[in-house]
Design a protein around this ligand. Structure first.
Ligand code: HEM
Ligand SMILES: *[C@@H]1O[C@H](CO)[C@@H](O)[C@H](O)[C@H]1NC(C)=O
Ligand SMILES: *[C@@H]1O[C@H](CO)[C@@H](O)[C@H](O)[C@H]1NC(C)=O
Ligand SMILES: *[C@@H]1O[C@H](CO)[C@@H](O)[C@H](O)[C@H]1NC(C)=O
Ligand SMILES: *[C@@H]1O[C@H](CO)[C@@H](O)[C@H](O)[C@H]1NC(C)=O
Ligand SMILES: *[C@@H]1O[C@H](CO)[C@@H](O)[C@H](O)[C@H]1NC(C)=O
Ligand SMILES: *[C@@H]1O[C@H](CO)[C@@H](O)[C@H](O)[C@H]1NC(C)=O
Ligand SMILES: *[C@@H]1O[C@H](CO)[C@@H](O)[C@H](O)[C@H]1NC(C)=O
Length: 327
């Protein structure tokens, strides 16, 4: 009898623990009972914003990536600081386009205009949904977004440079950066395909086209005709705010051309080109260049994993009311 009681006690406790553990997992139906329409509300707002400007899609996608890689996907990148020492004040994040922030703010307003949903949905989840929607609108794959993230209260400039990879990274550095967030080399390669849309400041490409090293002014992994095109677009003593399309071919369309560009040496960053130059990642690049379906599947998987990085759930964090400051 004693043994039976002890056993059923253990059973009850372990069931409770399991319930608690599953409550701590993101779920696609997280808002079923609190804001059933959340996906529809976000989609309608994102669609309107997407139609206004081409920057909406790349700006939102990059914002999500930078949020997730610094303090996890907790909308900390949206927080402002009175002394300018929030994440978004770091020089790397100063180049995050305002349209990404505006997209999230507009989406939240639309969600909150529904009385059932008011102050129920986190900014972190809205950013995750908006990101999926802009990818789809740009021609990329659809995937179900896991939800249940809560918003963080901390945002610090100082750690941004330890979280965000640099465009000068080689394969091992990229692999280490993404591996630190639970993402595999294949995830990293698929996610780099996100560089199919958007723009970069010319400053990131100067070294590769003007003073690579003492013997080679131009990075030899760069396609020469593309390098000439870059020199035309990004003259030496130019306005540092000038930007250039990341994709030399199918700008604004989300497809696997990124990997075809790599095969031709037609990519801005050496962190991109390294995926093709290094023989340990080249087979994956060639595979994605050949098979768009395989790329789309890998991208969906990797985005879902990216969306799980460092999330706050349950009683952690909060449902932030004002985008730019903790409650
Ligand atoms: C692999 C390591 C990565 C590096 C080194 C990197 C670096 C950069 C740099 C330097 C820019 C240009 C910023 C500017 O000058 O305005 C940029 C833009 C961009 N990145 Fe990345 N990135 C990486 C990964 C990713 C990932 C994983 C995503 C999303 C899945 C992403 C999405 C974007 C987008 C969409 C833009 C264009 C932004 C715009 O047009 O406003 N990047 N990235
Ligand atoms: C949430 O709603 C969907 C669609 O109505 C349904 O399939 C799913 O079972 C619901 N989940 C929960 C936990 O109620
Ligand atoms: C990348 O990291 C994985 C482990 O996540 C490792 O198996 C692989 O060898 C690494 N590749 C390179 C090129 O460092
Ligand atoms: C310049 O870069 C090329 C290609 O990476 C290399 O072969 C060459 O040795 C480098 N030259 C110097 C002086 O570093
Ligand atoms: C790459 O170059 C090949 C010829 O070498 C060409 O057929 C192909 O269209 C190019 N792809 C891109 C994306 O520029
Ligand atoms: C450079 O790019 C052009 C145009 O995309 C392509 O035709 C050519 O084959 C590329 N050269 C190399 C060496 O990949
Ligand atoms: C392309 O990739 C998909 C998904 O991985 C696979 O099912 C399909 O067989 C591949 N097609 C070719 C032609 O390799
Ligand atoms: C959000 O907070 C900021 C800073 O305190 C304030 O300037 C802004 O007006 C607030 N926005 C709304 C919509 O209340």
């Amino acid at each position: 009898m004693q043994t039976f009681r002890a056993l059923s006690f253990i059973l009850a406790v372990s069931m409770l623990l399991m319930a608690a553990a599953s409550a701590r997992q993101l779920r696609t139906d997280f808002y079923n009972n609190t804001c059933l329409n959340v996906e529809h509300l976000v989609r309608s707002a994102v669609t309107r914003k997407f139609q206004l400007t081409d920057i909406t899609a790349p700006a939102t996608l990059r914002l999500f990536f930078h949020d997730c890689f610094v303090w996890g996907c907790d909308a900390s990148v949206l927080l402002a600081s009175p002394n300018n020492d929030a994440e978004k004040d770091h020089p790397i994040d100063l180049s995050l386009a305002g349209d990404g922030f505006n997209t999230v703010i507009k989406d939240k307003a639309v969600v909150d205009s529904n009385p059932q949903c008011r102050n129920k949905v986190s900014y972190a989840d809205i950013l995750a949904l908006a990101t999926r929607d802009v990818i789809l609108l740009a021609g990329g794959p659809f995937y179900h977004v896991e939800l249940g993230r809560r918003d963080g209260r901390i945002s610090t400039k100082a750690i941004v440079e330890h979280g965000i990879p640099l465009p000068t990274f080689d394969l091992v550095q990229l692999n280490t950066s993404f591996g630190g967030h639970g993402l595999s080399q294949t995830d990293m390669i698929a996610l780099s395909g996100g560089h199919i849309i958007g723009v970069s400041h010319c400053s990131h490409v100067f070294k590769r086209i003007y003073n690579f090293n003492l013997t080679h002014p131009i990075d030899p992994t760069l396609n020469l005709s593309y390098a000439r095109h870059l020199r035309e677009f990004c003259p030496r003593n130019m306005d540092p705010n000038k930007v250039i399309d990341m994709d030399p071919t199918t700008t604004h369309i989300f497809d696997n051309a990124y990997f075809k560009n790599l095969q031709n040496g037609s990519r801005l960053f050496s962190s991109d080109q390294a995926l093709f130059t290094d023989l340990r990642s080249r087979p994956t690049v060639n595979f994605f260049a050949l098979n768009n379906t395989a790329f789309r599947e890998a991208f969906k998987t990797a985005m879902t994993k990216l969306g799980r990085v460092g999330v706050l759930m349950g009683s952690k964090g909060e449902i932030r009311i004002n985008c730019t400051r903790p409650n």
